[in-house]
Write a protein that binds this ligand. Structure first.
Ligand code: AMP
Ligand code: MG
Length: 489
């Protein structure tokens, strides 16, 4: 196994620090006065080959809190820029520190990164710290997405700091987390390299990403064009997965979009209850830029920014480079629609027949949901339930249901095969906004029972037997009307 063997099963290296120093600043986390381990992700630790006992020991806590560095750590903050709500800004890890890159037992490399670990050269006006609520929220959302089979960063542990942080709503208990990612290289990291105006930096970053994430592209005749195409394909897949479960990221700035294709930076994200493409929860998204239905187009916009950064290395002359970038960008739409349609077929229990007809059936269903203000997640479970009964009155009332039932009936395997498909594509549970808030509120008050119940169910969303009924209910209308999410600041 690679990496330097260290305490607790850590096997660290510091490949990012091999990049030119423009890309990072070396500094350790700022110590916290009274660390307390609040949640530890034992399953994740075990999968990473970490020692679970160490994780829960005083030695482990000192590392999780950022109060002591393992011998092989080379802590650093990463530089990046990004388009925030369309506006280009100099950013960087303002409250995050990379502890190191850990080799798991399969020799896969993972970033271990603190969030809320104190000020860095990129903090701008911020305090570098985080409040407990948003750190617990990131843990829960990451586990939910992982349970749903969607690529995501995950949290290894949340530690209370014993300090308070001052936020808009007043003083809050402080916390930090340690998260695990395939890497933290973002579209914004490439924008940073491009903004420096030195093609050598750009090439160094692109080579780093190819080596780390897409080694199969190393021998490609046009590795950078292939990188662009691959990232576009990954993001098209990811966006389809988000849309199929009603996930709204909330702040799809270019600095919050990874090159690895993982969901990252859980701030104001939330899941949609009733189907409405215009759904927005984020308190700062006044114009609905990052509304549910806008997400695929925004992803494409972000990928266009990524493509622009690569222009100097895509081809020898600029016209050829532009052609190459445009051709790659045009693959996003078809790739996204294919992945989405495949997923929707699964949700409706359909076996592919005819793309245009299937698309029309899916679109008509969503229109029905929209018009009837129906819950997105539960509606598919309702369809499956109806398929198991003979007397479905909706068949008489609505032509869509009639058409759908007829289609299932003439498919190979009939209802039984459709039900089996539907069970694999329709989660029994998503993190409902009111249940997430309840779990966080109670946990902050010291009662971890709702948190544990919710977390357990979210980790197995395709298992009907593990979901208590109260976790299936949509957010009550009175609450849904005023529900807002906030950036993790
Ligand atoms: P986000 O939208 O949460 O991904 O954050 C955008 C940028 O703001 C990133 O560069 C963060 O590092 C930075 N940032 C967010 N909160 C803080 C904070 N409390 N202190 C310093 N920087 C922060
Ligand atoms: Mg961010």
């Amino acid at each position: 196994m690679l990496g330097t063997a260290d305490e607790g099963g850590l096997r660290l290296e510091a490949s990012y620090a091999q990049l030119p120093e423009d890309f990072w600043s070396a500094l350790p986390p700022q110590p916290v006065p009274a660390p307390q381990l609040l949640v530890a992700n034992d399953d994740l630790a075990a999968a990473l080959g970490l020692d679970v006992e160490w994780l829960h020991s005083p030695q482990g806590l000192a590392v999780l809190a950022g109060n002591r560095m393992p011998k092989s750590a080379y802590p650093l903050a990463q530089a990046y820029t990004g388009h925030q709500f369309g506006h280009f800004t100099m950013l960087g890890d303002g409250r995050a520190i990379l502890l190191g890159e850990h080799h798991d037992p399969q020799d896969q490399l993972w970033d271990l990164q603190y969030k809320g670990s104190g000020r860095t050269p990129y903090s701008r006006g911020g305090d570098g710290r985080a409040a407990l609520g948003p750190m617990l929220r990131e843990y829960l959302m990451g586990e939910a997405m992982h349970g749903l089979g969607i690529p995501t960063t995950r949290v290894l542990a949340v530690v209370a700091t014993g300090e308070e942080v001052l936020r808009q709503t007043g003083p809050q208990p402080g916390a930090l987390l340690l998260r695990v990612a395939a890497s933290h290289v973002r579209v914004g990291t490439f924008q940073y390299a491009a903004a420096k105006g030195d093609p050598q930096l750009l090439r160094a970053l692109a080579d780093y990403v190819i080596n780390r994430h897409y080694p199969e592209l190393r021998d490609h005749t046009e590795p950078y064009a292939a990188l662009l195409e691959t990232v576009i394909a990954r993001q098209a897949q990811l966006l389809a997965q988000w849309m199929l479960v009603g996930f709204i990221h909330g702040v799809m700035n270019t600095d919050n979009m990874t090159i690895s294709g993982e969901t990252i930076d859980y701030g104001p994200c939330a899941f949609m209850d009733h189907y409405d493409p215009q759904t927005v929860f984020s308190s700062i998204d006044h114009h609905g830029r990052y509304a549910y239905g806008n997400q695929p187009a925004i992803a494409q916009w972000n990928l266009a920014r990524f493509a622009e950064t690569l222009l100097p290395v895509l081809a020898a002359d600029q016209e050829a480079a532009l052609d190459c970038a445009n051709a790659a960008l045009q693959t996003f739409g078809p790739a996204y629609r294919r992945a989405w349609l495949d997923g929707m077929r699964g949700k409706l229990g359909l076996v592919a027949e005819d793309d245009a007809a299937d698309q029309a059936m899916c679109d008509a269903y969503l229109e029905l949901l929209h018009g009837n203000h129906e819950d997105f997640t539960n509606s598919f479970l309702g369809l499956a339930a109806a398929l198991q009964t003979s007397g479905d009155e909706r068949v008489d009332e609505d032509p869509w249901y009639r058409g759908w039932r007829q289609r299932i009936a003439r498919q190979e395997g009939g209802s039984a095969a459709a039900l089996e498909r539907m069970a694999r594509h329709n989660p029994q549970i998503i993190p409902r906004n009111h249940r997430v808030e309840e779990a966080l509120e109670q946990a902050e008050a010291g009662n971890w029972e709702p948190w544990q119940t919710l977390l357990t169910a979210l980790r197995q969303p395709y298992q009907p037997s593990t979901v208590p009924d109260h976790l299936r209910e949509p957010t009550p209308a009175s609450l849904a009307a005023v529900y807002q999410t906030f950036c993790g600041t």
